[in-house]
Design a protein around this ligand. Structure first.
Ligand SMILES: [Zn+2]
Length: 134
């Protein structure tokens, strides 16, 4: 059984979800190896996108399926205890993602979202996707 309170667990999980989570690193390394140059978590932009490619007017978010609620994805489970707590938390995350995306698009950025579960299949086409946007 859970020994942690919902708040403690949330705190713990948010540490795991730190800036340099693995899927994001994989995307960064991939793009860097191909010669893309980018900035990380620019403070000036809404939502501090994971990767910002000014040359292509493109920002990339690498989303964890659990936290960002990838629709229909089996990683996006809901914990069985403290259901209400989690549902509120998830709803806020989803709402924030939506808001941030709209704000970025209004500023003229193209927004690419990569879900952690599709990382491997998505990576090969990512460079073209980025170049196409210019
Ligand atoms: Zn997923």
């Amino acid at each position: 059984m859970d020994r942690l309170t919902p708040e403690e667990r949330s705190e713990l999980m948010s540490k795991i979800r730190s800036k340099d989570t693995k899927p994001e690193l994989i995307v960064r390394k991939h793009l860097h190896a191909l010669g893309f140059r980018y900035r990380l978590h620019p403070k000036k932009l809404p939502g501090h996108p994971d990767i910002c490619l000014p040359k292509y007017n493109t920002v990339v978010f690498v989303h964890g399926c659990f936290w960002h609620r990838h629709e229909g994805c089996k990683i996006a489970t809901t914990p069985k205890s403290n259901v209400e707590f989690w549902e509120t938390k998830f709803r806020r995350n989803v709402e924030r993602d939506l808001r941030v995306r709209e704000q970025l698009q209004q500023l003229g950025w193209r927004v690419i979202v990569i879900w952690e579960c599709e990382l491997k299949t998505r990576l090969p086409s990512l460079p073209d996707e980025i170049r196409d946007s210019s």
